[in-house]
Design a protein around this ligand. Structure first.
Ligand code: ZN
Length: 258
Protein backbone atom coordinates (compact mmCIF):
# COMPACT_ATOMS: atom_id res chain seq x y z
CA UNK A 1 0.00 0.00 0.00
CA UNK A 2 1.40 3.33 -1.01
CA UNK A 3 2.48 5.62 1.74
CA UNK A 4 2.58 2.88 4.31
CA UNK A 5 5.76 1.78 5.90
CA UNK A 6 6.73 -1.45 7.54
CA UNK A 7 9.09 0.41 9.82
CA UNK A 8 11.97 -1.83 8.78
CA UNK A 9 13.38 0.06 5.78
CA UNK A 10 16.00 2.20 7.44
CA UNK A 11 18.07 2.09 10.60
CA UNK A 12 16.28 5.12 12.03
CA UNK A 13 12.83 3.69 11.46
CA UNK A 14 13.61 0.13 12.51
CA UNK A 15 11.34 -1.60 14.98
CA UNK A 16 14.09 -1.25 17.57
CA UNK A 17 13.58 2.49 17.47
CA UNK A 18 15.86 4.99 19.17
CA UNK A 19 16.63 2.66 22.05
CA UNK A 20 18.77 0.09 20.28
CA UNK A 21 20.51 -1.31 23.38
CA UNK A 22 20.02 -5.07 23.12
CA UNK A 23 21.24 -8.08 25.08
CA UNK A 24 22.57 -11.35 23.77
CA UNK A 25 23.09 -14.29 26.11
CA UNK A 26 24.89 -17.55 25.69
CA UNK A 27 26.38 -19.95 28.26
CA UNK A 28 25.87 -17.47 31.11
CA UNK A 29 27.65 -14.71 29.20
CA UNK A 30 25.41 -11.68 28.69
CA UNK A 31 26.51 -8.94 26.33
CA UNK A 32 24.44 -5.75 26.08
CA UNK A 33 25.34 -3.43 23.22
CA UNK A 34 24.01 -0.91 20.71
CA UNK A 35 22.84 -2.96 17.77
CA UNK A 36 23.15 0.09 15.52
CA UNK A 37 26.85 0.47 16.27
CA UNK A 38 28.42 -1.00 13.10
CA UNK A 39 31.75 -1.70 14.79
CA UNK A 40 30.69 -4.59 16.98
CA UNK A 41 31.97 -8.02 16.16
CA UNK A 42 29.83 -9.78 18.76
CA UNK A 43 31.11 -13.25 17.89
CA UNK A 44 34.69 -12.08 18.46
CA UNK A 45 33.60 -10.64 21.82
CA UNK A 46 31.93 -13.89 22.90
CA UNK A 47 35.07 -15.77 21.89
CA UNK A 48 37.19 -13.32 23.90
CA UNK A 49 35.08 -13.89 27.02
CA UNK A 50 35.31 -17.67 26.60
CA UNK A 51 39.07 -17.43 26.11
CA UNK A 52 39.45 -15.25 29.24
CA UNK A 53 37.30 -17.70 31.24
CA UNK A 54 39.44 -20.63 30.18
CA UNK A 55 42.74 -18.81 30.96
CA UNK A 56 41.41 -17.95 34.44
CA UNK A 57 40.19 -21.51 34.94
CA UNK A 58 43.58 -22.89 33.90
CA UNK A 59 45.62 -20.46 35.98
CA UNK A 60 43.51 -20.23 39.13
CA UNK A 61 41.24 -23.27 38.88
CA UNK A 62 38.38 -20.81 39.16
CA UNK A 63 35.27 -20.16 37.12
CA UNK A 64 33.78 -16.73 37.72
CA UNK A 65 30.34 -17.94 36.58
CA UNK A 66 27.89 -15.58 34.89
CA UNK A 67 29.44 -12.52 33.27
CA UNK A 68 27.51 -9.35 32.42
CA UNK A 69 29.11 -7.04 29.90
CA UNK A 70 27.80 -3.65 28.81
CA UNK A 71 29.24 -2.02 25.73
CA UNK A 72 28.58 1.70 25.42
CA UNK A 73 29.07 4.14 22.59
CA UNK A 74 30.67 6.84 24.73
CA UNK A 75 32.27 7.61 28.06
CA UNK A 76 29.32 9.82 28.95
CA UNK A 77 26.90 6.93 28.46
CA UNK A 78 29.13 4.68 30.58
CA UNK A 79 29.12 7.31 33.32
CA UNK A 80 25.34 7.54 33.30
CA UNK A 81 24.88 3.77 33.45
CA UNK A 82 27.78 2.91 35.76
CA UNK A 83 27.89 2.92 39.53
CA UNK A 84 30.27 5.85 39.75
CA UNK A 85 28.88 9.30 39.16
CA UNK A 86 32.31 10.91 39.02
CA UNK A 87 33.80 11.85 35.67
CA UNK A 88 35.92 9.16 34.12
CA UNK A 89 39.43 10.14 33.09
CA UNK A 90 39.93 10.66 29.37
CA UNK A 91 42.05 7.52 28.99
CA UNK A 92 39.52 5.09 30.47
CA UNK A 93 38.26 2.53 27.94
CA UNK A 94 36.60 0.18 30.38
CA UNK A 95 35.83 -0.35 34.05
CA UNK A 96 34.77 -3.08 36.40
CA UNK A 97 32.41 -1.79 39.08
CA UNK A 98 30.66 -5.04 39.91
CA UNK A 99 29.78 -5.36 36.23
CA UNK A 100 31.98 -4.99 33.21
CA UNK A 101 31.51 -1.79 31.24
CA UNK A 102 33.51 -0.99 28.12
CA UNK A 103 33.35 1.63 25.39
CA UNK A 104 33.27 0.98 21.67
CA UNK A 105 32.92 4.32 19.94
CA UNK A 106 30.80 4.68 16.84
CA UNK A 107 33.82 5.82 14.89
CA UNK A 108 37.26 4.26 15.09
CA UNK A 109 35.92 1.17 16.83
CA UNK A 110 38.70 -1.35 17.09
CA UNK A 111 37.70 -4.92 17.95
CA UNK A 112 41.23 -5.98 18.85
CA UNK A 113 41.71 -3.30 21.50
CA UNK A 114 38.14 -3.86 22.74
CA UNK A 115 39.05 -7.54 23.27
CA UNK A 116 42.14 -6.52 25.27
CA UNK A 117 40.07 -4.18 27.46
CA UNK A 118 37.42 -6.87 27.90
CA UNK A 119 39.96 -9.50 29.01
CA UNK A 120 41.54 -6.95 31.36
CA UNK A 121 38.20 -6.22 33.03
CA UNK A 122 37.20 -9.90 33.20
CA UNK A 123 40.45 -10.53 35.09
CA UNK A 124 39.44 -7.80 37.57
CA UNK A 125 36.02 -9.41 38.00
CA UNK A 126 37.53 -12.85 38.66
CA UNK A 127 40.14 -11.46 41.10
CA UNK A 128 37.49 -9.46 42.92
CA UNK A 129 35.42 -12.61 43.44
CA UNK A 130 38.41 -14.84 44.27
CA UNK A 131 39.88 -12.37 46.79
CA UNK A 132 36.59 -11.02 48.18
CA UNK A 133 37.67 -7.53 47.14
CA UNK A 134 41.01 -7.77 48.97
CA UNK A 135 43.39 -8.05 46.02
CA UNK A 136 46.08 -5.35 46.26
CA UNK A 137 46.05 -2.91 43.32
CA UNK A 138 49.49 -3.87 41.98
CA UNK A 139 48.61 -7.58 41.93
CA UNK A 140 45.19 -6.86 40.44
CA UNK A 141 46.45 -4.53 37.67
CA UNK A 142 49.63 -6.52 37.03
CA UNK A 143 47.65 -9.71 36.44
CA UNK A 144 45.04 -7.89 34.33
CA UNK A 145 47.80 -6.55 32.05
CA UNK A 146 49.69 -9.87 31.86
CA UNK A 147 46.56 -11.89 31.06
CA UNK A 148 45.15 -9.44 28.50
CA UNK A 149 48.16 -8.38 26.45
CA UNK A 150 51.86 -8.72 25.70
CA UNK A 151 54.08 -6.26 27.52
CA UNK A 152 54.39 -3.41 25.02
CA UNK A 153 57.71 -1.92 23.86
CA UNK A 154 56.56 1.34 25.43
CA UNK A 155 56.25 -0.37 28.84
CA UNK A 156 59.61 -2.08 28.42
CA UNK A 157 61.45 1.13 27.60
CA UNK A 158 59.73 2.97 30.49
CA UNK A 159 61.00 0.24 32.84
CA UNK A 160 64.51 0.42 31.41
CA UNK A 161 64.60 4.18 32.03
CA UNK A 162 63.16 3.81 35.53
CA UNK A 163 65.82 1.23 36.44
CA UNK A 164 68.62 3.29 34.87
CA UNK A 165 67.58 6.47 36.69
CA UNK A 166 66.72 4.71 39.95
CA UNK A 167 63.09 5.82 39.61
CA UNK A 168 61.24 2.55 40.11
CA UNK A 169 58.16 2.70 42.33
CA UNK A 170 58.29 0.71 45.61
CA UNK A 171 55.56 -1.99 45.86
CA UNK A 172 54.06 -0.27 48.88
CA UNK A 173 53.56 2.91 46.84
CA UNK A 174 52.25 0.95 43.85
CA UNK A 175 49.13 0.20 45.86
CA UNK A 176 48.36 3.85 46.50
CA UNK A 177 46.01 4.75 43.66
CA UNK A 178 48.82 5.24 41.14
CA UNK A 179 46.77 3.37 38.56
CA UNK A 180 44.37 6.27 38.32
CA UNK A 181 47.01 8.99 38.63
CA UNK A 182 46.39 12.02 36.42
CA UNK A 183 50.04 12.13 35.32
CA UNK A 184 50.17 9.73 32.39
CA UNK A 185 53.87 8.90 32.85
CA UNK A 186 53.36 7.90 36.47
CA UNK A 187 50.24 5.90 35.63
CA UNK A 188 51.89 4.05 32.73
CA UNK A 189 54.99 3.29 34.79
CA UNK A 190 52.76 1.87 37.54
CA UNK A 191 51.05 -0.48 35.04
CA UNK A 192 54.36 -1.45 33.43
CA UNK A 193 55.99 -2.16 36.76
CA UNK A 194 53.06 -4.15 38.17
CA UNK A 195 52.96 -6.33 35.04
CA UNK A 196 56.73 -6.78 35.06
CA UNK A 197 56.71 -7.84 38.73
CA UNK A 198 54.07 -10.46 37.88
CA UNK A 199 56.25 -11.71 35.00
CA UNK A 200 59.18 -11.91 37.39
CA UNK A 201 57.17 -13.80 40.02
CA UNK A 202 55.83 -16.25 37.44
CA UNK A 203 59.34 -16.89 36.09
CA UNK A 204 61.06 -17.25 39.45
CA UNK A 205 58.33 -18.59 41.79
CA UNK A 206 56.09 -20.39 39.33
CA UNK A 207 52.49 -19.77 38.45
CA UNK A 208 51.29 -21.82 41.45
CA UNK A 209 52.82 -19.25 43.78
CA UNK A 210 50.77 -16.44 42.18
CA UNK A 211 47.61 -18.57 42.38
CA UNK A 212 48.39 -19.24 46.06
CA UNK A 213 49.01 -15.54 46.67
CA UNK A 214 45.61 -14.70 45.16
CA UNK A 215 43.77 -17.34 47.17
CA UNK A 216 45.44 -16.25 50.44
CA UNK A 217 44.53 -12.59 49.81
CA UNK A 218 40.95 -13.57 50.43
CA UNK A 219 41.51 -13.69 54.20
CA UNK A 220 44.94 -12.17 54.78
CA UNK A 221 46.76 -8.88 54.41
CA UNK A 222 49.31 -8.97 51.61
CA UNK A 223 52.24 -8.58 54.09
CA UNK A 224 51.13 -11.80 55.81
CA UNK A 225 50.59 -13.50 52.46
CA UNK A 226 54.18 -12.62 51.50
CA UNK A 227 55.42 -13.82 54.88
CA UNK A 228 53.74 -17.18 54.52
CA UNK A 229 55.37 -17.59 51.10
CA UNK A 230 58.83 -16.55 52.35
CA UNK A 231 58.61 -13.21 50.52
CA UNK A 232 58.50 -9.53 51.41
CA UNK A 233 58.27 -6.22 49.55
CA UNK A 234 62.05 -5.80 49.78
CA UNK A 235 62.85 -9.35 48.66
CA UNK A 236 60.58 -8.97 45.63
CA UNK A 237 61.81 -5.48 44.74
CA UNK A 238 65.49 -6.40 44.93
CA UNK A 239 65.01 -9.66 43.07
CA UNK A 240 62.87 -8.01 40.41
CA UNK A 241 65.38 -5.22 39.73
CA UNK A 242 68.25 -7.70 39.37
CA UNK A 243 66.12 -9.92 37.13
CA UNK A 244 65.17 -6.97 34.94
CA UNK A 245 68.75 -5.71 34.70
CA UNK A 246 69.86 -9.20 33.68
CA UNK A 247 67.16 -9.31 31.02
CA UNK A 248 68.23 -5.95 29.64
CA UNK A 249 71.84 -7.12 29.46
CA UNK A 250 70.82 -10.27 27.62
CA UNK A 251 68.60 -8.20 25.39
CA UNK A 252 71.55 -6.03 24.38
CA UNK A 253 73.79 -9.01 23.69
CA UNK A 254 71.20 -10.79 21.62
CA UNK A 255 69.80 -7.83 19.77
CA UNK A 256 70.30 -8.21 16.06
CA UNK A 257 68.07 -5.48 14.73
CA UNK A 258 67.85 -1.81 15.53
ZN1 ZN B 1 42.73 -2.39 35.39
Amino acid sequence: MQGETTGLEGADSSYIGGDDFVRLSQDDINISFHIKNPNHDILALFRTVKRAQSIIQKMFGYNPGGIDIHIYNSKEEMRQEGRSRSRYASWIAGIYDGEIRVISELENGDTESLCVVLTHEITHLALDLMCHGNCPDWLNEGLAVCISQQMSDQYRSMLQNAIKNDKTIPIEVLSMRLFSHTDENIRQLAYAEAASIIEYLIETQGWESIAKMVSLCRNMKIENVFYSLGLSNTIIEMGWELWLKGKQLNGKENKQFV
